[in-house]
Design a protein around this ligand. Structure first.
Ligand code: XMP
Length: 509
């Protein structure tokens, strides 16, 4: 593999994704991974990420200096470049001002590391320090107007540095530079392919499971569906899928899961109809966090009960993804946990007593989607927007009743249908209807009405941590509004949410 040393860059995961896109397997590791461990992992190359520190700070993150003697190619990016330069005798200067944004890179030597690059191209900078005077051991490969040592090579060791960020899209030749490093310098081959991953994962699952049974919780979303599809391919009838219908799903959702897994895949599917239990428990609950807690608690109880009815079940399969593993600090050699408050209620506690199977724990979301396609899951499922664990409960503001949920479902169905037909579904990251706890006056025919208002929410985002509201065309919004008011009894007003995150959140509760 390629190991990416995380020096605290906001872009470390992005570097990993870019490397994977070039079909080379890579892992994010702690910046202080000992050289002995690096040797054991036998990587073809190392990438040192950027980071917010300055190499002269006392607390600046360092790598084990013995790594430089392993003979493994290293690419230092931004802070990573400062570190290798500093450690190998060059001088890094604190810049007088931070450089942030685009710059023009002039290439002096378009071979090897910079093979195929034009004389001039745009790169993206984000740094304070820079190398102003390198040592005799380094050769200058490219410069910008303000940064002479923008790309360097060590004269005797396979060590490279770049001041700009090749992983962001604003760096025009970023992918080519990474590719050159991987293929020309490290001698990697583009072998990380989905089919290889599937074959390897299937045999690993078979070996681990033996004759036991595996329980797989289905949510209707992409991740759990891909896990189920993999399991069914690997061990067929030894897999038991549990789907809890909590009465808070969108229209047709439970049926779609039944159709796909029971009829199509012939899976051993345990559908638990727990609508009454959940709605009873949520009666008179209007506080959002209490809704989440209540739903989380009952989900675990219902799941546990159903799991007990499956004999010889020793394993539980979960759709944990690589970013979850990294962010929880759960990667064996990976970086420490980063702060991320996530309110996922889908997690099942350890007390269930199962051994875990997490076949997606090395994958990013876009890779899970590619895997889904490769496994033959329908497009519609593979490209589904995320749906929160507490479901419509957090979109039915205030009190939850069966009637109010039904109004919400009908309106939401119209919105989703129109988004899909117009092609906007793929251009948005998440879109849904919220039923407001507001009644407003309207006129219909000759009569005065006093009915519900709903809000439409549509956002675009890469990581769901920040998001922009989607600029849906007015005509399109008008059509949806007309349809909802005409077709959904109980709604006489539709509004469009034009708040971005932050300061608003994507959900209303
Ligand atoms: P917010 O509203 O915090 O949402 O901007 C960010 C993303 O997280 C989803 N979300 C949840 N997912 N359980 C979940 O599994 C929850 O309680 C929950 N709350 C929000 C939300 O749909 C969006 O994708």
């Amino acid at each position: 593999p390629i190991l990416i040393f995380d020096f605290g860059s906001q872009f470390a995961q992005l570097i990993a994704r870019r490397v994977r896109e070039l079909n080379v397997f890579c892992q994010l590791v702690r910046h202080d991974l000992p050289a002995a461990r690096v040797r054991e992992l036998n990587p073809k190359g190392l990438i040192f990420s950027g980071g917010p520190a300055s190499v002269y700070e006392k607390s600046a993150p360092k790598c084990d200096p013995k790594i430089y003697d392993l003979g493994i190619p290293i690419l230092g990016i931004c802070y990573g470049m400062h570190l290798v330069s500093h450690d190998l005798g060059a001088k890094v200067d604190p810049a007088h001002s931070r450089e942030f944004g685009r710059a023009i890179l002039h290439v002096h030597s378009a071979t090897g590391f910079l093979e195929g690059l034009p004389d001039k191209s745009t790169v993206w900078m984000s740094h304070g320090d820079q190398v102003n005077q390198s040592s005799n051991d380094f050769e200058m490969l490219a410069s910008t107007d303000t940064c002479p040592w923008a790309a360097v090579r060590h004269k005797t060791r396979p060590i490279y540095g770049i001041q700009f960020h090749p992983e962001v899209n604003h760096t025009e030749q970023g992918r080519l530079i990474l590719k050159n490093f991987l293929m020309n310098i490290c001698g990697c081959h583009a072998l990380w392919k989905m089919q290889t991953f599937i074959d390897r994962t299937i045999s690993e699952i078979r070996e681990k499971v033996g004759n036991n049974r595996v329980i797989c919780g289905l949510s209707g979303g992409v991740d759990s569906s891909v896990v189920a599809a993999l399991l069914l391919k690997a061990i067929g009838p030894q897999a038991a899928c549990i789907f809890v219908d909590n009465g808070l799903l969108r229209m047709g959702e439970a049926d779609a899961v039944r159709k796909m897994f029971s009829e199509w895949y012939k899976a051993d599917l345990h559908m638990v109809d727990a609508e009454k239990r959940f709605l009873d428990a949520l009666k008179d609950v209007s506080d959002p966090q209490l809704k989440r807690k209540t739903i989380g608690y009952h989900f675990i109880e219902v799941f546990k009960q159903e799991a007990r009815s499956i004999p010889n079940a020793k394993f539980l399969a979960q759709g944990t993804l690589y970013p979850d593993v990294i962010e929880s600090g759960g990667a064996v050699d990976g970086p420490a946990a980063t702060i991320k408050t996530h309110h996922n209620v889908g997690g099942l506690p350890k007390e269930l007593g199962f051994e875990l199977i997490e076949p997606l724990r090395d994958l990013f979301k876009d890779e899970v989607r590619r895997l889904g396609v490769e496994l033959g899951l329908p497009e519609e499922l593979v490209w589904r927007h995320p749906f929160p664990g507490p479901g419509l409960a957090v979109r039915c503001l205030g009190n939850i009743t069966k009637d109010r949920l039904e109004i919400l479902r009908k309106a939401d169905k119209i919105f989703l249908q129109e988004l899909k037909e117009s092609g906007w579904y793929k251009k948005t990251s998440q879109a849904f209807v919220v039923l407001l706890p507001v009644q407003s006056v309207g006129v219909m025919g000759d009569g005065r009405t006093y009915e519900n208002a709903v809000a439409l929410r549509a956002v675009q985002t890469d990581d769901f941590m920040t998001a922009d509201w989607s600029h849906l065309p007015h005509d399109f919004l008008a059509k949806i509004s007309t349809r909802i008011i005409n077709e959904v009894r109980g709604v006489n007003r539709v509004v469009y949410d034009i708040s971005s995150k932050p300061p608003a959140t994507i959900e209303w509760e």
